[in-house]
Design a protein around this ligand. Structure first.
Ligand code: AHM
Ligand code: MG
Length: 340
């Protein structure tokens, strides 16, 4: 085939998930496939709102604070409602955990929604990196999916589980293009929204993170509070021995964008615990776990410094955790400083 011809064989996200469902153990019901379809629709709608925000008065604060005591932006709230409504209506969920709400949503606890209870639990940050919204810098949606435990109709116990038990995780990045990156436990694939078709098209098949990178991504403005292992590690990549070149710094302050770059280019992303915030900033269920899941599925590693992130047992739905993730060799180097 002439390489200059447009593809005559588009792999849409839906086609990809349908292809995979037979190996997902989802073949009888197709429930996970339908759930992922619902999520991709929310991503398209959020993408469209993010893109138009300045034009349709969606910029700025909504005037409330979320559970973390942070001011909520209009787009945070809108994105949250878009996702809760769509996930509930999919009929495939039993528990929803969103950054924007203090309590988990147990679908079956509302009698008028009893017919909508399904077998999956979704943890999500509807619009992560919201400090970047008003400047038009990349933001994203992060999600993780658990299957309810055998016999459960959906309780907190179905989501307070180690990340290794997730059955799928992903994010959508709203940037110069809209990219959805997904793993259902069989590697990582990236899709780009073709706006003219309204479809996510497979553009990054089988994303594999380089074994070592040349970029580090930390908020070094917090150095004053960083613990010794973090500081010593950063020192080692900025002032390397043996005539090696130092690492480049890239930090957007949107986890989705910083992780996306790390998956594609390699290197290390870190949000450590420090003397000011013992467990750092990032939330376990809808930031650390999904991103650690994707990183491992892409052949990289994700650690708290001392422990594999996906092995952590969360005890609260909004709990935080120190996060370092990226290329296998870079994470090994980082961990060697924490072992000392
Ligand atoms: P948010 O959920 O309130 O948007 O906060 C999470 C974001 C992440 O996207 C990003 O990695 C981090 O906060 C950046 O924090 P900081 O501004 O402290 O560097
Ligand atoms: Mg957020």
């Amino acid at each position: 085939q002439d390489q200059k011809m447009p593809s005559a064989d588009l792999i849409t996200l839906t086609r990809h998930v349908l292809d995979q469902q037979y190996t997902l153990g989802d073949n009888a019901s197709g429930d996970l496939t339908l759930l992922l379809t619902a999520i991709q629709v929310t991503s398209k709608y959020i993408a469209s709102n993010v893109r138009k925000a300045r034009l349709i008065n969606l910029v700025g604060l909504a005037g409330a604070e979320n559970v973390q005591g942070e001011e909520q932006k209009k787009l945070d709230i809108l994105s949250d409602e878009i996702m809760v409504n769509a996930l509930r209506a999919s009929g495939k969920c039993s528990v929803l955990v969103t950054e924007e709400r203090e309590d988990a949503i147990i679908i079956g606890s509302n009698p008028s929604h009893a017919h909508l209870v399904g077998n999956y639990c979704v943890t999500f940050d509807p619009l992560d990196g919201s400090s970047n919204i008003d400047a038009g810098v990349n933001v994203g949606t992060i999600f993780g999916i658990y299957k309810v435990k055998e016999g459960s109709k959906g309780t907190l116990e179905d989501v307070l589980r180690p990340g290794r038990e997730m059955v799928a995780a992903g994010y959508t990045m709203y940037g110069s293009s809209c990219n959805l990156v997904l793993s259902t436990g069989q590697g990582v694939n990236g899709f780009t929204l073709d706006e003219s078709l309204g479809e996510f098209i497979l553009t990054h098949p089988e994303i594999t993170i380089p074994k070592r990178g040349k970029i580090y991504s930390f908020n070094e403005g917090n150095s004053k509070y960083f613990h010794k292992p973090t500081l010593e590690y950063l020192e080692s990549i900025k002032y390397p021995k043996d005539n090696k070149s130092p690492y480049s710094a890239r930090y957007i302050g949107s986890m989705v964008a910083d992780v996306h770059r790390t998956l594609l280019y390699g290197g290390i992303f870190g949000y450590p615990g420090d003397t000011k915030s013992k467990d750092g900033k990032l939330r376990i269920l809808y930031e650390a776990f999904p991103m650690a899941y994707l990183t491992e599925q892409a052949g990289g590693a994700a650690t708290t410094g001392t422990e594999r992130i996906l092995d952590v047992q969360p005890t609260g739905i909004h709990q935080r955790l120190p996060v370092f993730l990226g290329s296998e060799d870079d994470i090994k180097d980082l961990m060697s400083f924490y072992k000392k």
